[in-house]
Design a protein around this ligand. Structure first.
Ligand SMILES: Cc1cc2nc3c(=O)[nH]c(=O)nc-3n(C[C@H](O)[C@H](O)[C@H](O)COP(=O)(O)OP(=O)(O)OC[C@H]3O[C@@H](n4cnc5c(N)ncnc54)[C@H](O)[C@@H]3O)c2cc1C
Length: 442
């Protein structure tokens, strides 16, 4: 274990754009589960608060040290332990990144399904936040693609959650409890990932709409049809403009102001083409004005536009991005009303995201507002937005987590008794409150 008293500056900021560097007591780079266990045992005895850090790509400010915490980095635990083809399990240390997993599996017949946007994220970080991404509509989120893992508790004890068995009804489901707990209940050190045989063929379709309101019926009709897309992404016009300007290239020519981009995969090329024709029919029946079956080059171009919406928005202005999820049939209501709220406050907005999951990234842009005005405007906008999401029966975060940022809004979505249950769980598993203190709940 390497310990540095002087914490490098890159660990003292997060993507939440803090105005000044955070304050951390030291940083420890664990090299094994035993290191983590020893470090937490000592910290717990001394009631020393600890923040766990993967690649620091998180979007909730959770890794920002505010209380002189000791930072525990998993980045040196980056070994791929091995692939077991009999159980289709890839075992990795928690600091292995998504990019490393992808690279390792390139020459195998398998892939790991979760596909969050930032491929530098660690597998431990994606497990801790239950990250989503593009392929969740078909393959589920991170939680659905992890068979089991080792987690070190606050007192240093190590437990294994989950198993390589396909089914489990064997007591409380601790695997689900730890996944998505954002480092507040334990530190994940090693994981068994589920890998899937790669389908042979993949094809994409671009669908254009003149009216945003027509997207929701189409999305709903697609997700309730027998056709199962791997990805079903929303490209609202403004987001497309930012991405195109940033990349200096355009979407393939399709009529419309707002778009859906979807991909199907299968082992039989003919069945994909048949399903795509069916989806074109569904889209047109529900208000689409144009559809375009994409060849390989056009699919690459379209996905590049999709992948760069956020980069394009960031390039245009300081931006605040939110991560709500609503029932799929309410997607355009969420966008329409979020846009109306922004327009009324004279704020530029843009939207994109995982339409098939009802998970839309709402972005507001600072543009010419001063930093002080921006802080005030953001707070006012958030109040309205989280109330809207609650009214639509949605949740404040689909895949990024709660961290520091959304903590104050959580009680809008859950009863007092529910919130109290969360606190009881935290108090039972981490009675001294040393792990990621103040994140998710107080
Ligand atoms: C450009 C961009 C695009 C993104 N796209 C997506 C997307 O499509 N979908 C999506 O879901 N997210 C997305 N994200 C968010 C981010 O990549 C994810 O939240 C990711 O899961 C964070 O992984 P990390 O290793 O960087 O974790 P960190 O940022 O270091 O930590 C995140 C949280 O997990 C905890 N943690 C980290 N490692 C562990 C561990 N081993 N054990 C216990 N707790 C741990 C931390 O304490 C913290 O609370 C995006 C981020 C960026 C910047």
């Amino acid at each position: 274990m390497i310990i540095e008293q002087l914490v490098p500056e890159r660990y003292l900021f997060t993507h939440a754009d803090e105005p000044e560097a955070g304050e951390a007591g030291l940083i420890a780079y664990a090299e094994s589960t035993e290191d983590v266990s020893e470090f937490l045992r000592e910290a717990n005895e001394k009631r020393q608060k600890v923040v766990t850090i993967g690649s620091n790509t998180g979007l909730t400010g959770a890794t920002y040290p505010t209380q002189g915490e000791h930072m525990l980095s998993l980045e040196k635990m980056n070994r791929i332990i091995g692939l077991d083809e009999e159980t289709l399990t890839l075992t990795v240390e928690a600091g292995v990144t998504l990019a490393q997993v992808r690279e390792f599996l390139t020459d195998t017949p398998y892939f790991y399904a979760p596909d969050p946007g930032n491929k530098n994220a660690t597998i431990g970080g994606t497990a801790a936040t239950n990250a989503g991404g593009m392929r969740a509509i078909k393959y589920g989120v991170t939680k659905d693609n992890i068979r089991g893992f080792d987690v070190v508790l606050a007192n240093g004890e190590v437990i294994h959650c989950g198993s390589v068995n396909r089914k489990a009804s064997s007591g409380y489901d601790l695997k689900s409890l730890f996944l998505g707990s954002e480092g507040t209940l334990g530190v994940i050190t090693q994981l068994d990932l589920k890998v899937i045989p790669k389908p042979l063929f993949e094809k994409s379709l671009l669908i254009g709409f003149n009216k945003l309101a027509d997207l929701a019926p189409t999305i709903y009709a697609i997700v309730t049809s027998p056709v199962e897309p791997v990805a079903l992404e929303l490209l609202e016009g403004k987001g497309v403009e930012y991405s195109q300007a940033h990349l200096g290239q355009s979407l393939p020519a399709v009529e419309g102001n707002d778009f859906l981009l979807l991909t199907l995969n299968a082992n039989d090329e003919e069945s994909i083409e048949e399903s795509l024709r069916e989806l074109e029919r569904i889209a047109k029946e529900n208000g689409a004005v144009d559809t375009l079956l994409l060849d390989e080059e056009m699919a690459k171009q379209s996905w590049a536009i999709r992948d760069n919406v956020l980069n394009g928005i960031y390039a245009a202005s300081t931006t605040k991005m939110y991560d709500p999820v609503v029932p799929v049939n309410k997607v355009t209501q969420l966008i329409g009303e979020s846009k109306k709220n922004a327009d009324e406050m004279n704020i530029d907005s843009a939207f994109f995201g995982h339409a098939g999951d009802g998970n839309i990234h709402v972005c507001i842009l600072q543009m010419d507002y001063s930093d002080d005005e921006w802080v005030e405007l953001k707070a006012q906008y958030e109040e309205k937005m989280y109330q809207l999401i609650a009214d639509l029966n949605g949740l404040p975060s689909a895949e990024h987590g709660i961290g520091y940022e959304k903590k104050v809004h959580l009680p809008k979505f859950f009863s007092d008794a529910y919130m109290q249950t969360l606190k009881s769980i935290k108090n039972t598993i981490d009675p001294n409150g040393i792990l990621n203190a103040g994140r998710v709940i107080d």
